[in-house]
Each structure stands twice: as C-alpha cells, then as structure tokens.
Design a protein around this ligand. Structure first.
Ligand code: AVJ
Length: 321
C-alpha cells in the first residue's frame, strides 16, 4: 500500500486548520479563537447582558459562598487549584470568604498564559493580600499531574464558566477522567455546567445584536489571515447560531454568503466555498442533572452536591471520585 503524501505543518493550528477546511462539511476548532484579541472579545462577551452565564454563576457563588467554602475546608488545609482562571472575578468571592474565615489554603490558578497569571496575581495582591497565591503556568493535565505527585494535602479543583461546554460528550468524559486520575479520595472537583432552558434565551446569548459574538467567532478567520497568510474576506461570511433543545447543543457557524475562493498561502491551499456553505466553529453544550450524572458516571466520579440559581439557569456541582 502506498502512503499518502506526507505534509508537514509548522504548528498544531496550521495542521488543524488544514484538516478542518479540507473536510466536508468544513469545521474549525473553537480553542483557536483565544489569542490576545480573542481573549479580549471573550471578556466583552462576559460583560454582555445577553450572556447570562457569567452573572448566574456569580450569583450562585455569592449566595452560597459560605456553604461552598465550608465543604472545601479540611483540617490539614487544602490547595484550591483553578483550571482556566481568567481574571478570577468569580473565584475572588470564594477567596474572600475563605480568607475571612481564616482557612488554611493556597490558591493555585493554572493557565497556559503567563500574562493572564501575572495580571491575576497583581490584582489579588491588591484586593485580597492575605491569600497565599501560587500561580502555575502550564497545561491543565500536566500541571495537575505534577501537583498530585508531590502534594499530599487535600486538593479542590475548580473549573468555572461552563468551559466543558465546548467539548463533545466523549471529550468531556475524557476531560473528567483526566481530572479524576489526579484526584485522591478526599479531593473534590467543583465545576459549572450551563443548564437547558428556554431556547430563545440561549440563542440570544450567542447572537448578540452588537456583533461581539460575531467578531469572536470570526477571530478564527482573522487568525488564519494573519498567522497563515490567508485572504478571508470577513464580510463574505455571516455568524449563525443554532440550538437543538433535544440534545442541548448550541452550535456556531460561519456561513459563506456567496461562491468564493479563499487562499491560504502558508498551507499552500485554495479553498472553494459554495454559496451558503458552512464552517462549523464551536459547540456550547447545555446540560441537565441526568446528563451531568451520566458524564460523571462514565468518568468514575460521583455527584455529591449541586448549587443552582432560582431558575436553575446554571448549576455548580461538587464531584468526588
Ligand atoms: C468559554 C466555552 C464557556 O461556550 O459559552 C461564548 C465561549 N462562545 N460565546 C461558551 C463562548 C460564544 C463560552 N465558553
């Protein structure tokens, strides 16, 4: 059998872009939205009135801070490890409460970006100088592995923002399973899951009239243009959102408004788009208790407790292995 011609790529971004645009139907991976510009756009999304996720989770943490902090605490102290801390706006509610109570803990925010960590560290020095902060630059699972190797006290792992929603159920189980492998029996996982709700409310959150989500979605094309020398014309694509209330899956697309050719020099690639042809860019999965329980079961975790807002728009769950 003859091997397919080998193509070598300069980066994972180049390789994934090539594969996604060669596929039928076309797709791009949402994780590549987050460069400097993408991070900024996501901050703007979190401030939009339509993006209810942020304020829902904020309220849940605020309302239940004592309860949550209590369940974290442990006689020998604990490490609070946050995967994807961002600006820490929500975590600070918990940190303040735990500092006030005199809990013995270290806060270990994990992020791939040293820049994000520096900013977070500085703001914490200002706002909660009593907190012991040990930033961890690296990927989630390598860092978790490292931490569980030479750390014996209780770990509380925090994943806020329903970030798991970008993963298919299969990938979500792998993600949870990776976390579980780093957990000892006394450790806890505290995680946010956006819930199924009125479909219109979900569509509105991902289709704001000001066009911030559109810019966020199109940042994939902006990155291809600048990093891979592409010539996407952003005006020739529209942002489209769908939500399937049966599966709970919101999907983002970029739709080609006309027949067009796009060149990507660094991939040595010319792509043809039919009129109204799609590029699938992101999923934002919505959950209910039974789906969360099923995912946990599959990953060898059990749900210990959950906290919701009045309307159960959003929920935070505590898991144990
Ligand atoms: C960061 C994955 C939680 O899916 O709600 C926001 C990303 N995409 N608006 C989400 C996002 C479009 C967000 N997560």
């Amino acid at each position: 059998m003859k091997n397919a011609p080998e193509i070598t790529f300069d980066s994972a971004f180049a390789e994934d872009t090539y594969k996604g645009l060669k596929s039928d139907p076309k797709f791009l991976l949402s994780k590549y939205i987050y460069d400097k510009n993408g991070d900024k756009l996501f901050q703007k999304i979190m401030d939009m009135p339509e993006y209810y996720l942020t304020s829902c989770e904020f309220d849940i943490l605020k309302l239940n801070a004592e309860n949550i902090a209590d369940s974290f605490s442990s006689e020998n102290g604990f490490d609070l490890i946050e995967l994807g801390a961002g600006d820490g706006k929500k975590t600070k509610i918990l940190l303040k409460d735990m500092v006030e109570k005199g809990y013995n803990f270290d806060y270990l925010p994990v992020d791939i970006s040293q820049n994000v960590l520096d900013e977070l560290e500085n703001s914490l020095k200002e706002e909660i100088p009593e907190a012991s902060v040990k930033v961890q630059q690296g990927t989630y699972f390598k860092t978790l592995e490292k931490l569980s190797e030479y750390n014996s006290r209780k770990k509380v792992i925090l994943v806020l923002g329903s970030n798991i929603g970008n993963l298919s159920h299969k990938d979500a189980v792998d993600f949870l399973n990776n976390i579980r492998n780093a957990m000892s029996p006394e450790d806890m996982l505290f995680m946010g899951f956006d819930q199924k709700k009125h479909p219109q409310k979900i569509l509105d959150a991902y289709n704001d009239p000001s066009g911030i989500t559109e810019d966020f979605n199109k940042n994939l094309l902006v990155r291809i243009n600048s990093e891979l020398d592409g010539d996407f014309n952003l005006n020739n694509f529209l942002h489209w959102e769908t939500y399937d209330p049966e599966t709970g899956t919101a999907k983002s697309f970029l739709v080609s408004k006309k027949v067009q050719e796009v060149n990507i020099k660094k991939l040595d690639l010319q792509i043809h788009f039919d009129a109204w042809e799609t590029i699938h860019t992101e999923i934002s999965q919505k959950y209910d208790d039974s789906v969360v329980k099923w995912l946990a079961d599959e990953a060898g975790l059990s749900v210990e407790k959950s906290f919701g807002d009045k309307e159960n728009c959003y929920k935070n769950y505590i898991f144990r292995r």
